[in-house]
Design a protein. Structure first.
Length: 340
């Protein structure tokens, strides 16, 4: 009897079956991808929240040590009593370094020269993890020449809250407007518009202290005290996020304290909350001040803000303008707006 070799073949998928399987896998990946992205964004946002919390606590520790909050930016007067951005000494990002485990870096900063002096470049070009939100997309392998400077500096993701403004004539991070508010006569900043990290002025010994039109000496424009935050620490912003999808050189600079580089004002315009510098600029027809003084992020629908008591909240970009501006000031009675 002759045996026959089996002629059966291994079962295999047909082309149609393969296409169906590939399609099903593609659908599953499409369904899972948003969930994965959402989980990653949640982790990034959590890290960003922690950064802001640590830096707001650093501001409070600074206040505990020096009895004032750190200056948003600190200017000095020249021998004639004049002041300008060129006389910038330091700012909040540098001041809190010892309180965020960066004491060695702080000791390298030269307080005897201006912030923009090349002697301070090694410090200002150093990237600091606490200053970086993972969602901001900042490239730590690059650096930009900070506006007003001749050298590159490291970016950050956060700006100090200098105050609020009702129109183009008031920017609390801009010393000229601290004196003039877009016109004359000069006057001091009202508490109702002043933020916790506004610009401050140091008057050297032997220089006459200018007297403002309301009779107050210019030295009242010093760093803010906790006691002056009449609206309550839990109702007042101290730090907020900013990121831009275009013109990356306009991202914040954590240590380069020339005006808007490390500070922003809380304004009423919706463009003040756009995470796209060029888009904002197009809305204003090339007029840049509002776009340079903004709070925005790549988190969906809003941005994180740290408050003066150390807590952090996510603020929707659709927040009521009156409430938003009130939370950017130390005494604008937003507790009334919020019903506290």
């Amino acid at each position: 009897m002759v045996s026959r070799r089996s002629t059966s073949r291994r079962p295999a998928f047909t082309l149609v079956e393969l296409l169906v399987v590939i399609a099903i896998i593609g659908i599953l990946i499409a369904l899972l991808l948003p969930a994965v992205q959402a989980a990653r964004e949640a982790a990034r946002r959590s890290q960003c929240t922690n950064n802001l919390k640590q830096m707001s606590l650093a501001c409070l520790n600074y206040e505990d040590s020096y009895k004032t909050l750190p200056p948003g930016t600190l200017y000095t007067l020249d021998s004639t009593g004049a002041v300008s951005h060129n006389y910038n000494l330091t700012g909040w990002g540098v001041c809190i370094l010892p309180f965020i485990e960066q004491d060695n870096l702080y000791k390298k900063y030269n307080m005897n020269v201006f912030n923009k002096d090349p002697l301070n470049e090694p410090v200002l070009k150093t990237w600091i993890n606490y200053q970086l939100c993972p969602s901001s997309g900042l490239d730590v392998s690059r650096a930009d020449i900070a506006p007003g400077y001749t050298f590159v500096a490291a970016h950050g993701s956060y700006k100090g809250v200098a105050g609020a403004y009702p129109d183009w004539g008031m920017f609390w991070d801009y010393v000229t407007y601290i004196y003039n508010m877009g016109g004359s006569p000069p006057r001091s900043m009202p508490l109702g518009m002043r933020g916790p990290l506004h610009a401050a002025i140091a008057v050297p010994r032997g220089v006459a202290v200018p007297v403002l039109s309301d009779g107050l000496p210019a030295c009242v424009l010093g760093p803010e005290k906790i006691a002056s935050i009449k609206d309550g620490l839990s109702n007042t912003f101290v730090l907020g996020e900013y990121a831009t999808a275009s013109s990356p050189q306009w991202n914040p600079f954590w240590g380069a304290n020339w005006g808007f580089n490390a500070l922003s004002d809380v304004g009423p315009e919706a463009t003040n909350r756009l995470a796209d510098y060029d888009e904002c600029l197009a809305v204003w027809g090339g007029y840049a001040p509002f776009c340079r003084r903004a709070f925005a992020s790549f988190h969906p629908a809003g941005a994180n803000f740290a408050f003066c008591d150390g807590h952090v909240s996510f603020i929707m970009s659709t927040i009521d303008t009156v409430v938003y501006q009130g939370m950017g000031t130390v005494a604008n009675k937003e507790d009334v707006f919020l019903g506290f």
